[in-house]
Design a protein around this ligand. Sequence first.
Ligand code: GDP
Ligand code: MG
Length: 181
Amino acid sequence: MSLMFGKVKTCNSAECNLVLLGVMGVGKSALAVKFLTKRFISEYDPHLEDIYSSEETVDQQSVTVRLMDTCDQEGPVNSERYLLWANAFLVVYSIDNTESFKGSQLYLQTLALHSKTFKPQSPIILLGNKLDMDRYRQVSRCDGEALASRFGCLFFEVSACFDFLSVQHVFYEAVRRARCG
Ligand code: GDP
Ligand code: MG
């Protein structure tokens, strides 16, 4: 795994670094696997943190997307490893779990606190995952939207179990917003 420390990563037209953040169990790895393989894998090593690379075409332009799938045991710690590296941040919670929503606020606060560390145009996307669990929903769409607007984020609800294109759309939107397209 190659990480860049010490200077702000600049984003050029050929590459874009995305990081998935959020408490354990929200589906970060499932979303990463879905984006990279189009498949839903229900059991994924919960302690695995890695960076994956994929050649993508976003709006007719090729881009190397590097995706860091993090696994913090207890909320945001050692955030330096992605603050300087990422061109866009995806903060994930699970719509069927209020605690994970509270956890996502901690990540957004951490990002807000360090917003001067990373490039100001680095977008943050708040992502409510497990939309297929709508009947067990604990976090309303409205609450998700309100939190996103409080922190100036984009907001989406998705499911790693649903269609690939809706998941791909979120990652591509992160690339677009990072002006890496
Ligand atoms: P992570 O700790 O954030 O990486 O979460 P994982 O990707 O390991 O997922 C945690 C659990 O949630 C696993 O049992 C997954 O199968 C499940 N999961 C992940 N995404 C979804 C989803 O969109 N819908 C449902 N129903 N389960 C999901
Ligand atoms: Mg994981």
